[in-house]
Design a binder for this molecule. Structure first.
Ligand code: UDP
Length: 268
């Protein structure tokens, strides 16, 4: 799965200890290491695709092979859910921590401020990415957000070309793509080679949180494996069915893997 384009550090890192759950490889990477990978990509001008996996991603990857392939072709897949963290432990492997956008975006903003990394936001309803950028600029003066674009465009035709041209004109170091799973991962994979940006991140609903359009659950839930439940309680009509189906599928995948004894197997 590791292509020749990966640098030695990344190749060694992935070969050493990728944790495989439901056929998806997840890197045991901490937040500070993620920052180092991103800074290195910008310094060496090498493009990196950095995706994230939670229970929903593992469930989706089982039924959608193109999504699974996109995850496994990424340079880094970090753990973004307690479900995945607990499942790894249950399967006899170790992931160091869970990194989730709604929290991580703040330390990453401070890091980017210090290193002078420029950002671009692509995704969410019109106005939301702008509001998210305005909020972050107010919190972190000097944070260089060089452009935004909403996420409701025709991804197959001339609108897609216009979005790419606009992003390329801004030449951001880091691009957050928040189109939801699996659209964002597939969009990144299909368009990455034409994007003049060093780091591509799949940001989910991050802009909605930053803009205050969607409330986030209380800490006692989000820090203890109940982010999904908080999301369901806040947006039941949209998310109840989704999380019921996905969490059940995830449980089934993890149990089947445990019974099959494949906690740290190679990518399938
Ligand atoms: N979205 C978008 N374009 C689309 C579909 C969705 O920009 O065609 C945005 C949507 O407005 C929201 C985000 O993608 O901001 C997805 O949110 P969701 O909660 O579904 O994503 P998750 O975090 O679960 O991946």
């Amino acid at each position: 799965m590791d292509g020749p384009e990966l640098d030695p550090w990344l190749r060694a890192q992935r070969a050493r200890a990728r944790v495989v759950i439901g056929g998806v490889g997840i890197d045991p990477i901490r937040q500070d290491e993620l920052h180092a990978v991103i800074a290195d990509a910008v310094a060496t001008q090498r493009q990196r695709i950095i995706l994230n996996a939670n229970a929903r991603a593992i469930a989706l990857a089982r039924s959608l092979s193109t999504f699974r392939a996109a995850l496994n072709a990424a340079d880094i897949v970090f753990c973004d859910g307690y479900g995945v963290l607990f499942a790894a432990r249950f399967l006899g492997a170790t992931l160091p921590e869970r990194i989730t956008y709604a929290d991580w975006v703040h330390p990453f903003a401070r890091f980017s401020q210090e290193c002078g990394l420029s950002w671009y936001f692509l995704g969410a309803a019109p106005g939301i990415a702008d509001a998210a950028a305005a909020r972050l600029r107010a919190l972190y003066p000097g944070l260089n957000i060089v452009g935004t674009h909403h996420g409701y465009f025709d991804r197959a035709g001339s609108e897609n070309e216009a979005v790419i041209a606009r992003l390329n004109a801004a030449r951001p170091d880091v691009t957050f793509v928040g189109l939801g799973m699996p659209i964002q991962e597939l969009w990144i994979q299909r368009n990455a080679a034409r994007l003049d940006t060093r780091v591509l991140l799949s940001a989910g609903a991050c802009f909605d949180y930053l803009a205050g359009r969607v409330r986030r659950g209380p800490r006692w839930m989000t820090d203890h494996g109940l982010e999904w439940l908080a999301r369901v309680l806040i947006e039941p009509r949209r998310l109840l069915w989704r999380y019921s189906v996905d969490n059940l599928a995830f449980l089934r995948i993890v149990l089947a893997q445990k019974l099959g004894g494949k906690g740290r197997s190679a990518l399938q």
